[in-house]
Design a protein around this ligand. Structure first.
Ligand code: DON
Length: 562
């Protein structure tokens, strides 16, 4: 078996070394497309495109609208990673709007006197919130890339907050389950009159509308300075948090080069640190490149993909963190030679126990299903793949009074103690320890794929499972699937620890499960479905634009000819 594997690996490595990404023959998109987690957010993007905006203006509209209509998943109280691809041959850039630790944060802030984690201290209340980055990103996009004033691009979201939008089942379910952990201002915003809204009832958020209006009128200082900043800081401090006005005033987005790699004729352009997503995605594809994937049966394929996931997530835990604070060997981790060293340890006839890889053994915890991804393409070929988050459902549950801004609990994405798993069961080490002003490690993986077929924009929420969902969908596109196939691909996941294959219901049939168990894997069903992927594709040969929203969610695609 292993001799055969070595032979196959040799052949494929030679073949892939000769493969270069075909230059894109650009045929303008035959229409513009927006795919997002809520129909009203997609419509906000289309409204701004129709008003003469480009994909970057539309991204502002979609992002801000999601803050309003999907307040449990992301918002201006949180952060985001925007991957921007300007039309033409320009390089993609990542606008890093990840939250930062407040200046008064310190490494052991969530540990008790005995050095043990204080339960939920990094998850609930004002102390769990990082300094938001999303409002700064919206202002930055308008200033640097947009064609419309920020005010115009924010108009749909302000209207949706002020006039209300119909409450829907998924929102009500999440309000109900999170309401006990919310502070009074948050409960008032989402349970007006003290009661859970009924389905279809208009949910108005006047304070949020006013805060968005301040951002529209004054740009970033409408949020990071003046009255809004004062209210945010006062609220956080009254709630036991440690924000200062300087933390807000000093927040700045950072433009970083995207990380890139190649797999069988496709170029992969993805999120750089402080996300672990792009590095892990490219490492996984590099490892796969050494195998004859097409020649495997279902058990063999799931097994191989699992082994690849296991190794990439082990590295994530060890090496990844904010590159402004720690050295992350990005070039090494995304280099094909590095991956061939990793894949040399993969056996096709047996699972590698995670504890056979250097590391530590830890208990599992489950991921949530919040955060939000959207993809936008305009008719000139400008493209955006963006993922934004407040982390868990309704973030910290804390809303500073009179702001309408529900704050993130992204501090939990730090490694609060080396080797102690966070809310997604992810472990980390020194590289992702808390430090003042540091950005916490993310799994958000907005991604752009390019090949002779054209371009695909993709991403999803899903905590630690984000990267493997993007991995599976990327493979689906590279192997010939369309947007609908990418979002529908059955999902399974391995993250090194816990040493189990998590899969959504129906993703692995009985024969596959039995085969995997025979190889030494421990598959575990984790519910009916997870993730909420939104994809746009553009065939650059013909100009055909296609898009798809995840069948597991309520999102919808919208198109326009503008
Ligand atoms: O940045 C991250 O990796 C997480 N805060 C994302 C959280 C997420 O996707 C929640 N949804 N499941």
């Amino acid at each position: 078996m292993s001799a055969l594997r070595d032979r196959l690996r040799g052949i494929v490595v030679v073949a892939s070394a000769l493969t270069t990404v075909t230059a894109l023959a650009q045929h303008a998109p035959d229409r513009a497309a927006v795919a997002s987690a809520h129909p009203l957010a997609s419509e906000a993007g289309i409204e701004v495109l129709a008003a003469g905006g480009n994909a970057f203006d539309a991204a502002i509209a979609v992002s801000a609208s999601l803050s309003v209509v999907e307040p449990f998943g992301s918002g201006i109280g949180g952060g985001a990673l925007f991957l921007l691809q300007p039309a033409g041959d320009g390089q993609a850039v990542m606008v890093d709007a990840r939250e930062k630790a407040p200046g008064a944060a310190h490494r052991d802030m969530y540990l008790d006197a005995a050095g043990e984690p204080i339960p939920r201290a990094s998850r609930d209340g004002a102390l769990a919130a990082g300094i938001p980055g999303l409002p700064a990103a919206l202002a930055h996009l308008a200033e640097r890339y947009g064609e419309l004033p920020l005010e115009r691009s924010l108009a749909p979201a302000i209207r949706q907050a002020r006039d209300g939008f119909p409450a829907y089942a998924g929102l009500l379910r999440r309000i109900e389950s999170r309401s006990r952990g919310m502070n009074a201002a948050a409960r008032k915003a989402f349970m007006p009159g003290g009661a859970l809204p009924v389905e279809g009832q208009l949910l108005r958020q006047q304070d949020l509308a006013a805060t968005l209006q301040a951002l529209a009128d004054q740009g970033r200082s409408g949020f990071y300075g003046g009255r809004v900043a004062e209210r945010l800081v006062a609220g956080v401090r009254a709630g036991g948090g440690i924000w200062s006005t300087e933390d807000l005033a000093d927040y700045a987005v950072i433009e970083r080069p995207a990380v890139t790699g190649q797999y069988r004729g496709a170029e992969i352009v993805s999120a750089a640190p402080p996300s672990s997503g792009g590095v892990a995605l490219i490492d996984m594809l590099n490892m796969l490149d050494g195998f004859n994937v097409a020649g495997l049966d279902r058990v063999g394929r799931v097994h191989l993909l699992t082994e690849v996931m296991r190794r990439a997530y082990r590295d994530r835990a060890v090496y990844l963190g904010d590159t402004d604070f720690v050295d992350v060997p990005i070039a090494r981790l995304t280099h094909p030679y590095y991956a061939s060293g990793q894949s040399a340890t993969i056996r096709l006839d047996r699972a590698t126990p995670s504890d056979a890889l250097p590391g530590v053994s830890l208990p599992p915890t489950g991921p949530g299903d919040q955060t939000s991804h959207f993809s936008v393409l305009d008719s000139r070929g400008n493209a955006v793949a963006a993922t934004q988050s407040i982390n868990f459902s309704f973030g910290s549950g804390f809303m500073p009074a009179d702001t309408g801004v529900i704050l993130n609990n992204e501090m939990d994405d730090f490694s609060i103690k080396p080797g102690v798993p966070n809310g997604y069961g992810l472990i980390g080490a020194e590289a992702n320890a808390i430090a003042p002003h540091k950005r916490m490690l993310s799994s958000m993986t907005p991604t752009i794929l390019k090949s002779a077929r054209g371009i695909a924009l993709l991403g999803t929420p899903g905590g630690s499972r984000i990267i493997t969902m993007v991995f599976l969908a990327s493979l689906a596109w590279i192997e010939g699937g369309d947007a609908a196939a990418m979002v529908a691909v059955p999902r399974f996941h391995h993250q090194y620890l816990p040493d189990v294959i998590e899969y959504e219901r129906g993703a692995l049939d009985a024969a596959t499960l039995a085969g995997l168990e025979r190889l030494g894997h421990s598959p575990r069903e984790v519910g009916r479905g997870y993730g909420d992927m939104h994809v746009v594709t553009w065939d650059t040969e013909t100009g055909a634009v296609d898009a798809a929203s995840d069948p597991r969610g309520i999102g919808e695609v919208r198109y326009t000819t503008r």
